[in-house]
Design a protein around this ligand. Structure first.
Ligand SMILES: [Zn+2]
Length: 215
């Protein structure tokens, strides 16, 4: 198999195409055009071993991004539960918390950057390759997810929400109003099936009411 080398923009030399961390190695991936290319990847993204599951770049990118979100759950939760100011001004004391205060926010920022990083447009010898970048994105509070499932997993874990319930509420609100959907879910005792059903019925009724008012 003939493996091609991609053009690497000057400011992206030694950069992982998937997450933006430093890279000194490549893996072979295949493009939609069936061409095989050497793709720069960092140690951490490579350690997820997603390339054993698929070599197709469109699939691989989603698999790796999903792994980054899952592996960074703790770091991402810091940003979901605190603002930087709150963290600094918090009353948390003791040696365990000192470390958390100092490094916690930094860990969150690094994790967020890796989740949100979007690889450069691909080309070979100056010839652009048809859209390799994920076309559909889901955004929640400054985080960009490459698949709905990844976002759903992240939100249900981070906010301890029942996943099916969250999915139904998200569908009602629409992806662009995910923050409101999560806020709604957090108001409902999530462990109670009857409470969830009641809340869902109320929500459906209120959406119907709003629709009726519009026409
Ligand atoms: Zn990486």
């Amino acid at each position: 198999m003939h493996v091609l080398n991609l053009d690497i923009p000057f400011d992206c030399r030694f950069t992982c195409w998937f997450c933006g961390e430093g890279s000194h190695q490549t893996i072979v991936t295949t493009l939609k055009t069936r061409q095989a290319v050497n793709m720069p990847i960092c140690d951490e993204c490579k350690s997820y071993r997603c390339h054993n599951e698929s070599s197709a770049l469109v699939i691989l990118e989603k698999l790796i991004k999903d792994k980054i979100v899952k592996q960074s759950a703790k770091a991402l939760a810091i940003g979901a539960n605190w603002t930087e100011k709150e963290l600094q001004e918090s009353e948390l004391t003791g040696s365990a918390f000192d470390g958390f205060k100092k490094s916690g926010w930094k860990m969150f920022l690094i994790a967020r950057e890796r989740v949100n990083f979007s690889g450069w447009e691909l080309s070979i010898d100056g010839v652009p390759i048809e859209n390799t970048v994920v076309d559909e994105n889901f955004v929640f509070d400054g985080l960009t997810f490459t698949s709905f499932i990844t976002m759903l997993d992240y939100l249900s874990t981070t906010f301890s929400l029942n996943k099916d319930f969250l999915e139904q509420v998200l569908t009602l609100y629409g992806d662009d109003r995910a923050i409101e959907a999560v806020k709604f879910c957090r108001l409902v005792p999530n462990e109670s099936k009857s409470e969830r059903e009641k809340a869902l019925n109320d929500l459906i009724a209120s959406f119907k009411e709003k629709d009726a008012m519009r026409y």
